[in-house]
Design a protein around this ligand. Structure first.
Ligand SMILES: [Zn+2]
Ligand SMILES: [Zn+2]
Length: 102
């Protein structure tokens, strides 16, 4: 049981991959904590979300590689063609999608 004591300008990250709820008065701080949380706790889930989001779309590095439409999880965030690592960018977006202002 938790006691809810929201500040007036409070940001909240309701983790879609587990039960964790992070909150902070500063959005930058929340993003940093959120990225760390995803990396430490939800790597598999974020990796699966990445595979789903990028299936059929091009590498962000414009190398021309198109991610195949896959049913199962990929082996990571790197582009198999140019090696570009999408993890940082994807984790950032993933956080944006789930951060709310209270
Ligand atoms: Zn989580
Ligand atoms: Zn690439």
């Amino acid at each position: 049981m938790t006691v809810e004591t929201p500040f007036e300008t409070d940001f909240r990250f309701d983790c879609p991959a587990c039960d964790a709820v992070l909150r902070s008065e500063a959005v930058e701080e929340l993003k940093r904590d959120g990225r760390r949380h995803l990396k430490d706790h939800d790597y598999q889930e974020v990796s699966a979300a990445f595979a789903e989001t990028y299936s059929g779309t091009e590498c962000e590095n414009d190398c021309g590689y198109v991610y195949p439409v896959v049913e199962d999880e990929t082996s990571g965030f790197g582009c198999p063609n140019c090696g570009f690592d999408h993890r940082h960018e994807f984790a950032r977006r993933y956080l944006y999608w789930h951060i709310e202002t209270i």
